[in-house]
Design a protein. Structure first.
Length: 165
C-alpha cells in the first residue's frame, strides 16, 4: 500500500466522496447520518484541508483504500498535540492492515512535526478499539450518548491518548 499526503483534494475528490458515503452507509460514526448525499460528501472534502489539518490516503492498485487525518491544535498552549480523525477504510479493503498502516503513518507525521501527544475518540462497541489499544493508545474515559451512529442510534464514545514524544 502506498500512503500519500494530499494537499489539494482535486483529482481524488469524487473517490473520497464515494468512500465517505460507503463507510457512512456501512454504519460508521463519522459525524454524518445515512443516507449521506453525494453533495454533502463532496462539500466535506472541499472544506477539510487547512493549516491545522493534514490528510493522508492509502492507495492499493491506484484506488483509495482508506484515509486518516491529523488535526493540529491551534491553541497556543496545545501546539504539542494532535487529534487523529476520520480514519476510514473502504469495505473492500478491510482486514488488510490498511487502518493500522494509516494510523502508524499519521503518528510518524505528527512526531516529525514535533507533536508529543495524540488524541482520538471512537464508539465504545466498535472494532477500532482493538486497533487503538494494540497500537499503544490508552483509554482515559468514556461518555454515554456521545454521538449518533449513521442511523441515529446514540453511542457511548471511548477517548484515547498516546504519548509519542
Amino acid at each position: 500500500m502506498e500512503i500519500k499526503e494530499i494537499r489539494v483534494i482535486g483529482e481524488y475528490r469524487e473517490e473520497l466522496a464515494s468512500l465517505f458515503q460507503m463507510v457512512v452507509a456501512d454504519g460508521a460514526s463519522m459525524n454524518y447520518l445515512h443516507p449521506m448525499s453525494k453533495e454533502t460528501a463532496l462539500s466535506y472534502w472541499d472544506n477539510v484541508l487547512s493549516e491545522q489539518v493534514k490528510l493522508f490516503i492509502g492507495l492499493i492498485d491506484g484506488q483509495i483504500a482508506g484515509t486518516v487525518q491529523l488535526h493540529y491544535s491551534n491553541k497556543e498552549n496545545g501546539r504539542h498535540r494532535a487529534e487523529i480523525g476520520k480514519l476510514m477504510t473502504s469495505t473492500k479493503a478491510r482486514r488488510k492492515g490498511v487502518a493500522r498502516k494509516l494510523l502508524q503513518h499519521a503518528e510518524q507525521a505528527a512526531k516529525a512535526d514535533g507533536k508529543t501527544l495524540l488524541l482520538l475518540d471512537t464508539e465504545k462497541e466498535g472494532p477500532a478499539n482493538l486497533l487503538y489499544q494494540s497500537e499503544g493508545y490508552v483509554l482515559f474515559g468514556e461518555v454515554p450518548d456521545f454521538a449518533q451512529d449513521a442511523f441515529g442510534t446514540l453511542l457511548t464514545g471511548n477517548f484515547y491518548y498516546k504519548l509519542i514524544g
